[in-house]
Design a protein around this ligand. Structure first.
Ligand SMILES: [Zn+2]
Length: 117
């Protein structure tokens, strides 16, 4: 049996009881064996225990979001399609020109708002 090993920053989908929806969570803690112990919801910030049995599959977007464009300014909750990483959702603004985006596999930091000089 193949055992999956996880790392902090990767994505794990489950039901968020606070948001009352199945959504991508970010792995915040793993055990020594690489199993997910805690995840946090990028939308409401709730940290919860994670069980593999409660894992859900990432839901496919109904329509493909528009392509990632570094000159645009994004806000939390917006979706995008990245050339390399696929579909992602903006989970937060790090600074005026950096955003965190949760893709199908893990959280990645991208630049944005590069158009304004
Ligand atoms: Zn939530």
């Amino acid at each position: 049996m193949e055992k999956q090993v996880f790392a902090v920053g990767e994505r794990a989908d489950k039901l968020c009881t606070k948001c009352d929806e199945e959504r991508g969570h970010i792995v915040t803690a793993v055990t020594k064996r690489g199993q997910i112990s805690y995840v946090s919801c990028p939308k409401c910030g709730t940290v919860s225990r994670f069980k593999l049995s409660s894992r859900t599959l990432p839901r496919l977007a109904v329509k493909t979001p528009s392509s990632y464009d570094r000159t645009l300014t994004y806000r939390a909750g917006q979706s995008m399609t990245h050339q390399m990483f696929g579909i992602g959702e903006v989970t937060g603004l790090i600074d005026p020109q950096k955003i965190d985006v949760l893709f199908q596999d893990r959280l990645r930091r991208l630049i944005h708002a590069q158009g304004q000089m």
